[in-house]
Design a protein around this ligand. Structure first.
Ligand code: S3P
Length: 441
């Protein structure tokens, strides 16, 4: 887990300015990883527009290059091309594959490497990633015949993968996790016979949509679309992918505008895949004014512009199957809860304890330092509303979403806030501080 970081200059966040204007959030992180990875195992060229030029997708691209895949340079605003090597084309890397801070890189890569017969790969990452559970991916892959070793019985990186012939099977996953589901589906592409993944609740379905577009054979069914079956034997073909803006990045602006008196923002080009839109449902239930404009479909994903303005908010209670649909937005929802009428509650969110940091503990600690009345439980939070936050010395504790959530909180606090570790935002939203500056002026 991440520890407080002071590797960069702390950022002063003055309070009390309004937020107005338009903002275009960077590309969706989940879709960006998948476009690079699926492009790599396809035949022919994949061209990606709108790829997120942030640290996490750069980690994925670096790992792919280390295994012989040609990925063009990733620069903001420019298309990226990937020259696919086919389903079994990865070369053994000469060194450890560095996944940085990125759980998606490590987990999806495990699925891709498990079946590369006779080849040996070692994956590692930063201190946060080396403390995140990997057996949740290793165990189902082992059921398919994979051989994966790591610290503490294979749970922690560095992880060693010795590629094996895999066989299809039916796997019930104990947590609704798109990373686990995707790793299994990627391993299934070259397994003997079909593989079915059954989740306790539906997690984001970007892999299913994009794998199908690349030519994979997939069936989705079961109650609440929780069962996915992949039948191998179909080569993937390079595609043209357009990555929509990331709703998890848009969430910071949606909450900021909803809680800041006088604020009005339009967030452009936001991905509105129903497996990700839980944040909109909760904000609407709270009474936030959100209008979807220009709803459209872009390369198999629904997209729209979101207009949001300040209004009185009510507390929320969330849990159950909604959690996977807003799992990354809970830190910023905790900020919204401070400004609402009544006590908000989050349940069934123990997964937050194994994200880039223990987000329940970190948000309770950091938002608490600003005067929030927030209590963390094993699987959730209780946050008292109508709380006037005050400026304080706070820390991202290396977590990108914590950094940006605290910036949103600072916007409604009395007095100025000093944020340590603001550079963490670059993991998913490198332009966040520039956008904040522009929208506040
Ligand atoms: C992701 C899935 C989620 C999410 C993460 C990205 C993905 O994690 O929190 O930021 O791209 O598949 P889990 O699958 O572990 O819930």
């Amino acid at each position: 887990m991440g520890l407080p970081s002071h590797t960069s200059t702390p950022l002063q966040l003055p309070a009390g300015r309004c937020l107005r204007g338009r903002v275009r959030v960077p590309g969706d992180k989940s879709i960006s990883h998948r476009a690079l990875l699926f492009g790599a195992i396809a035949e022919g060229e994949t061209r990606i527009e709108g790829l997120l030029p942030a640290e996490d997708p750069l980690s994925t691209a670096a790992c792919l290059r280390a295994m012989g895949v040609t990925v063009s340079e990733i620069r903001a605003g420019e298309p990226v091309t990937v020259q696919g090597v086919g389903l079994d084309g990865f070369q053994e890397a000469h060194d450890v594959l560095d996944c940085g801070n990125s759980g998606t890189t490590m987990r999806l890569m495990l699925g891709l490497l498990a079946g590369r017969v006779g080849r040996h790969f070692v994956l590692s990452g930063d201190a946060s990633l080396r403390g995140r559970p990997m057996r949740r991916v290793g165990a189902p892959l082992t059921q398919m015949g994979a051989v994966i070793h790591g610290r503490r019985d294979g749970n922690f990186a560095p992880l060693a993968v010795l590629g094996q012939p895999l066989h299809g099977t039916t796997i019930h996953t104990p947590v609704a996790s798109a990373q686990v589901k995707s790793a299994i589906l990627l391993a299934a592409l070259t397994a003997e016979g079909p593989t079915t993944v059954i989740e306790p609740a539906q997690s984001r379905d970007h892999s299913e949509r994009m794998l199908r577009a690349f030519g994979a054979r997939l069936q989705v069914g079961g109650p609440g679309l929780t069962e996915v079956t992949l039948t191998p034997g179909h080569a993937l073909r390079g595609q043209s992918v357009v990555v929509p803006g990331d709703i998890s990045s848009a969430a910071f602006w949606l909450v900021a505008a909803a809680i800041t008196p006088g604020a009005a923002l339009t967030v452009e080009n936001v991905g509105l895949n129903p497996s990700r839109t839980g944040i909109l449902e909760v904000l609407e239930q709270m009474g936030a004014r959100i209008v979807v404009l220009n709803a459209r479909d872009v390369a198999g994903e629904p997209v729209g512009d979101l207009q949001v303005s300040h209004g009185p908010l009510q507390a929320f209670e969330i849990g159950g199957e909604l959690i996977p649909r807003l799992v990354d937005e809970i830190p910023v929802l905790a900020v919204a809860a401070c400004a609402a009428e009544g006590t908000s509650r989050v349940r069934d969110a123990a997964e937050l304890r194994v994200k880039e940091t223990d987000r329940l503990a970190v948000m309770a600690r950091q938002l608490g330092a600003m005067g929030a009345r927030i209590e963390a439980f094993d699987d959730g939070l209780a946050i008292a509303g109508n709380t006037e936050l005050h400026g304080a010395d706070v820390d991202s504790e290396t977590d990108h979403r914590v950094a940006m959530s605290l910036a949103v909180a600072a916007g409604i606090a009395r007095g100025s806030t000093t944020l340590h570790g603001p550079e963490a935002a670059a993991v998913s939203y490198p332009g966040f501080w520039d956008d904040l500056e522009r929208l506040r002026s």
